[in-house]
Design a protein around this ligand. Structure first.
Ligand code: GLU
Length: 417
């Protein structure tokens, strides 16, 4: 993300536009512009050589009017308190748009997990949970994975929480391994939910995307599963993929099994055979039908938006497009499936995981898929109808649906009138 973009300012700017259209009362608008509660702390961790390093950690509960705070934990070197605030705000609008009985939150640690050993990451994860244990719980705040965190890290955090509280409480955290109270279908849920929204977009636009070329920026959980499921579910042809070190391009298509095995073996996509190298910036501007930003914030800006050639942008990342770029894309006729709609499959199956944990009864995969499809499809249609009715771009339409629900809960509770 370019240094001059502050994601929280962007999140507030997006909210301001929705608040104006919804004619929210000034105090209600002011309340929704800020997190309800945030904690920041230092996190000393013993390294493998016996030395200590001190990291900075955050947990932010943005809004709990509609239910317990919900949202992931990110381990990233560029993390800032404002990144976490923005991500927590977007979680609030995401759970609302999906109509889940949850609020929004997010957490993070400023660190480069790629330079840490597995045992250092375990101590960091357990230390993080010790710092937030008094704030989280199935009825307060439920963390999950985000960038550079995974099911193993969720398992360590669950174990630490249960050691502290002395109780079995798997619903304190989601995205756990399936064999340790996780849900079937959580691992590919973000990309799968995104594919359901792409399918709906194709129908709304009257376009057949079978065999269409797509580019995927980012090759973590969302990006890799988008590559796999794009092919399996929609018959898409992935011609370009990238990770933080750069990308690869082959107009005839890149095989998922070969590319993911290469990434697994070498740690990056660089040097993959049968493809040309390209930069992340070049990938975004390729002549493709669908572009999947699946990495970090603010990669589509006023600077490069005029050169984007995709017909559809399906945002698997959180916050990849700036407000200025949104307007440019809308004017150009690019159909954007906004982040907190497109990538909401992850938190939706996290919610299913919590439900299963609460009942101590677990669903088969087909049930997870069917329920996810129903929720994603309903949300897509609500956003699409709002966009058409109000003649606004899809992101603003999604905000209008989501913010209205949160505002209604806040007012009905009597917090702000
Ligand atoms: N980190 C994911 C997101 O941004 C998932 C959050 C969750 O499952 O709670 O939506």
């Amino acid at each position: 993300m370019p240094a001059h973009f502050n994601p929280f300012q962007i999140a507030q700017q997006q909210l301001d536009e929705a608040a104006a259209r919804l004619e929210l009362a000034p105090a209600l608008h002011a309340f929704l512009r800020e997190p309800m509660q945030e904690v920041a702390f230092t996190l000393p961790v013993m390294m493998d050589d016996g030395s200590y390093e001190v990291f900075q950690g955050f947990r932010i509960q943005y809004n709990t009017a509609r239910g317990p705070a919900k949202g992931g934990i990110r381990f990233h070197a560029d993390e800032t308190v404002d990144t976490v605030r923005a991500l927590a705000a977007w979680m609030t609008w995401k759970t609302s748009l999906m109509d889940l009985p949850l609020g929004g939150g997010k957490g993070g640690v400023v660190c480069d997990p790629r330079s840490l050993s597995p045992s250092e990451i375990e101590r960091l994860s357990r230390g993080y949970m010790r710092k937030i244990a008094h704030l989280v719980g199935p009825e307060e705040d439920v963390p999950a994975p985000d960038v550079y965190t995974n099911p193993q890290i969720m398992a360590w955090m669950l174990d630490e929480y249960e050691a502290i509280t002395g109780r079995h409480q798997p619903g304190v955290i989601t995205g756990k391994p399936v064999h340790l109270f996780g849900s079937q279908g959580r691992s590919d849920a973000t990309a799968r939910g995104g594919m359901y929204t792409v399918r709906e977009a194709a129908q709304a636009l009257g376009i057949n995307f079978e065999g269409a070329a797509v580019a995927i920026q980012g090759y973590g959980n969302a990006g890799q599963y988008a590559h796999k499921l794009g092919c399996e579910l929609l018959g898409l042809k992935t011609v370009a993929i990238s990770d933080s070190r750069g990308g690869i391009y082959n107009p005839h298509g890149i095989d998922y099994a070969a590319a993911s095995a290469w990434k697994q073996r070498t740690g990056s996509l660089a040097g993959f055979k049968d493809a040309d190298a390209l930069t992340n910036a070049e990938l975004l501007e390729l002549p493709v039908a669908i572009l999947f930003p699946a990495a970090l914030e603010a990669v589509i800006t006023a600077e490069n938006a005029p050169r984007i050639q995709a017909r559809v942008i399906a945002e698997l990342a959180n916050g990849p497009t700036t407000p200025e770029a949104d307007q440019i894309l809308y004017d150009k006729g690019v159909f954007v499936i906004p982040d907190f709609l497109c990538n909401a499959g992850g938190v939706t199956v996290s919610y299913f995981e919590q439900v299963q944990n609460a009942y101590n009864f677990y669903w088969p995969l087909a049930e997870v898929h069917a329920r996810l499809d129903a929720i994603m499809t309903k949300a897509f249609r609500e956003v699409h109808e709002m966009a058409q009715a109000r003649q606004v771009h899809n992101r603003l339409a999604a905000y209008l649906v989501a913010v209205a629900r949160v505002a209604e809960a806040v007012v009905t509770r009597g917090w702000v009138r």
